[in-house]
Ligand binder design. Structure first.
Ligand SMILES: Cc1cc2nc3c(=O)[nH]c(=O)nc-3n(C[C@H](O)[C@H](O)[C@H](O)COP(=O)(O)OP(=O)(O)OC[C@H]3O[C@@H](n4cnc5c(N)ncnc54)[C@H](O)[C@@H]3O)c2cc1C
Length: 450
């Protein structure tokens, strides 16, 4: 088989976690390849049109990305607050993609897009290579270390790691949701309408004393509600085909732009038939919700349907069992760990698997994420980062958020780069070395000492 190349660190997946990991590993002096199956850099944060990190960003590369976006007027650095906690750094997806490209190129990283990892090469329990499917066929990639930032834990699963999927009781996972974007919404009219129906409003974050123009609300509004209005529309004969009873909206960079989170498809993001069906059903739901908003909510009368997010919004697939399993009790109890690599205050955000309820629970100052959650049990040469780390299904509701994914990418990269330089396995890198480097980068660790 043709050899594509040999590296110090290969990162699989260019989402928030993989992007951060590749840039950090490059800056630590490693020879890095960032492999991505699609043509998009940023994964869900760009292709999924997410726009808002849920929870505070804990320094590092992701903070730099937000700062660069803000310098281009493509992010809002204001710290905002809702009932579930504080957050900052709402951003525009295309500006984010632009600054990701800048930071990756500055770090001297090689990128290979449209290359899917389909198999692995192992020597005993050590991962030594990946088989990738490219336009010109299957090729081999060798590396001293690997980071699985595929979101789905594809590399770990192919390498034979133990993986967990969904709730232990029935294996069901959080539903798939794709954002869609509307233009030409009258945002002040929307807010006034939502406030006039206050008992149908779950959540409203909006700038105090904002003016009457759409420009006054750019990237600054988060609004959830309309359950009763959906019921009224159904009673009125409106054919509401969306299996969800509330709508979340956020303002974007373009004055009058609204991103809508309402579509919902239940099924496994690891099943190709589900993935294909979800693309179609979610579009149908988005058109239905657009018709509802135009007809029943003020401010949408002249709105224009811009797009459904190009990347399917897959919340949950595999979680890889590591040397520690972070639990719901750890997260809710704001646990601290000696080997913590970042303090995370993202809420427990769970969309009911198979149902239509949702929880968004505040975790206060937050909890530490142990480095052991990044080391797959029984496999050497590989770390995991992002939404596939070792957590239970409720802790996952918090660690799947972007600030946590970015933190795990940063720590995995330091460990992988140091391991490659020292000729040892990433699991053997002294945790103090990783923590000292993270502290020097301004990261609050979430250990008993921090
Ligand atoms: C609808 C929705 C709304 C959300 N809202 C928020 C929010 O408001 N705030 C927040 O903080 N978080 C939110 N999240 C969660 C958060 O966006 C994601 O959990 C996070 O971005 C995941 O980052 P990641 O890097 O782990 O994975 P991803 O972004 O999924 O990136 C993984 C990448 O790996 C690539 N890949 C996968 N398999 C392979 C393979 N075999 N070979 C090569 N490449 C591969 C994929 O193409 C993808 O680009 C939301 C998620 C969804 C779905």
């Amino acid at each position: 088989m043709k050899l594509f190349g040999s590296y110090d660190v290969v990162v699989v997946g260019a989402g928030a976690s993989g992007t951060v990991a590749s840039i950090r590993a490059g800056r630590e002096g490693a020879r890095v390849l960032l492999l991505e199956g699609s043509g998009v850099l940023g994964g869900l944060v760009t292709g999924g049109r997410l726009t808002k990190p849920t929870g505070l960003i804990n320094a590092g590369i992701f903070q730099e990305l937000i700062d660069r976006c803000a310098a281009l007027k493509g992010a809002d650095p204001t710290v905002r607050e809702s009932y579930w906690g504080r957050y900052t750094g709402a951003f525009d997806a295309e500006t984010m993609q632009r600054v990701i490209i800048e930071l990756i190129e500055e770090a001297g990283i090689e990128i290979l897009l449209r290359a899917q990892v389909t198999d692995v090469v192992k020597e005993d329990n050590r991962l030594s290579g990946l088989i990738i499917m490219t336009k010109s066929g299957a090729q081999l990639v060798l590396s001293k270390t690997f980071i699985d930032a595929s979101g789905d834990g594809d590399v770990a699963a192919l390498a034979g790691a133990e993986v967990m999927v969904g709730r232990p009781s029935d294996g069901l996972v959080q539903p798939i949701t794709s954002y869609f974007r509307l233009l030409n919404v009258d945002v002040p009219a929307l807010i006034a309408d939502a406030k006039s129906d206050a008992d149908d409003l779950w959540e409203l974050v909006a700038p105090a004393n904002a003016g009457p123009r759409n420009e006054d609300y750019v990237m600054a509004v988060l609004l959830t509600g309309f359950t009763k209005r959906i019921e009224r529309a159904k009673a009125d004969g409106f054919d509401w085909i969306v299996p969800k009873n509330h709508i979340t909206m956020k303002t974007g960079l373009i004055p009058g732009e609204i991103s809508v989170n309402v579509t919902r498809f239940h099924g496994s993001g690891l099943d190709e038939r589900v993935l294909s069906r979800a693309e179609i059903e979610i579009r149908k739901q988005a058109y239905c919700a657009f018709d509802f908003l135009k007809r029943y909510v003020r401010g949408f009368e002249n709105s224009i349907f811009l797009e459904v997010a190009p990347k399917l919004g897959i919340r949950e697939t595999r979680r890889v069992l590591g040397r520690y399993l972070l639990t719901e009790a750890d997260v809710r109890g704001q646990a601290r760990f000696d080997d913590a690599i970042g303090l995370c205050n993202s809420p427990v955000d769970v969309h009911e698997p198979g149902g239509d309820r949702a929880i968004m629970d505040n975790v206060g100052e937050g909890y530490g994420i142990p480095f052991r959650c990044l080391i797959p049990e029984g496999i050497e040469g590989l770390l995991v980062a992002g939404r596939c780390i070792s957590v239970d299904e409720i802790a996952f509701g918090s660690t799947r958020n972007v600030p946590a994914c970015a933190m795990t990418g940063e720590a995995a990269a330091i460990a992988a780069a140091n391991a490659a330089a020292a000729g040892i396995m990433p699991s053997a890198v002294n945790i103090t070395e990783i923590q000292d480097r993270l502290r020097a980068l301004g990261v609050t660790l979430g250990s008993p000492a921090d």
